[in-house]
Design a protein around this ligand. Structure first.
Ligand code: AMP
Length: 221
């Protein structure tokens, strides 16, 4: 079995992908590549990409396929991804992105696509209470004891309420997920790469099921 793992994690916003990706990344020593984090970093840096992406994210729409495919092509060429593999989070979001990814990853194909399944009502509750570190992306749950923003335990950055975590934006992003991203489940389901994971149980149970599915896929991949 080769070192590292190449996987895609899917699931509605708020399904727990961020938390599970951090754990998987440490466990298998692979980079966690989140296109949402890449775009938010560009927004903070005020680059041309960031200026455009900031407006698109705020409006709850998707950044264009060509731009996203180029971002991923460059990122997957970096040494860490080439040698260790990667966890892709937030990419692909459309079938066009998935087709492009298969071409980019042709030499070192994806081991498995994991779908973290959590019902819509539950993710709306979770996202409304979600707070996230602006610097390292660690997720927190809002409490009445803490006022926004507070300091991240992991890196000392600001923990904030993301400005796209409003009820209107959440609802629009979930609708987008259903219409544009759900076809990906059919795409990956057809060739047997998709594994459904129940994301509504405890984080430890979810992690156990995820690692079992990843280990199984690596053994056979
Ligand atoms: P996320 O943190 O994954 O929820 O991403 C936040 C926002 O970034 C999304 O609502 C989109 O506007 C944009 N975005 C992230 N990944 C992609 C992608 N693969 N394709 C298009 N837009 C994306």
């Amino acid at each position: 079995m080769t070192a590292g793992v190449r996987l895609i994690i899917m699931g509605r916003q708020g399904a727990g992908k961020g938390t599970q990706c951090q754990r998987i990344s440490r466990h298998y020593v692979v980079p966690h590549i989140s296109t949402g984090d890449i775009l938010r970093a560009a927004v903070r840096e005020g680059t041309e990409l960031g200026k455009m992406a900031g407006q698109v994210i705020k409006a709850g729409r998707l950044v264009g396929d060509d731009i996203m495919i180029e971002i991923i092509r460059e990122r997957l060429e970096q040494d860490d991804a080439r040698t260790r593999g990667y966890i892709l989070d937030g990419f692909p979001r459309t079938v066009a992105q998935a087709i492009a990814l298969d071409a980019i990853a042709a030499e070192r194909p994806i081991h498995v696509v994991l779908d973290l399944d959590v019902p819509r009502e539950l993710v709306i509750q979770r996202i409304s209470a979600r707070r996230v570190c602006r610097d390292c992306g660690t997720n927190y749950v809002a409490t009445t004891q803490k006022r926004d923003p507070w300091i991240c335990d992991s890196c000392g950055g600001d923990v904030i309420h993301r400005n796209d975590d409003t009820p209107e934006s959440i609802s629009q992003r979930l609708d987008l997920y259903e219409s544009q991203t759900s076809p990906l489940l059919d795409f990956y389901g057809r060739d047997g790469r998709l594994v459904e994971i129940d994301g509504s149980v405890s984080p430890n149970e979810v992690f156990g099921t995820l690692t079992a599915a990843i280990d199984h896929a690596r053994k056979n991949g």
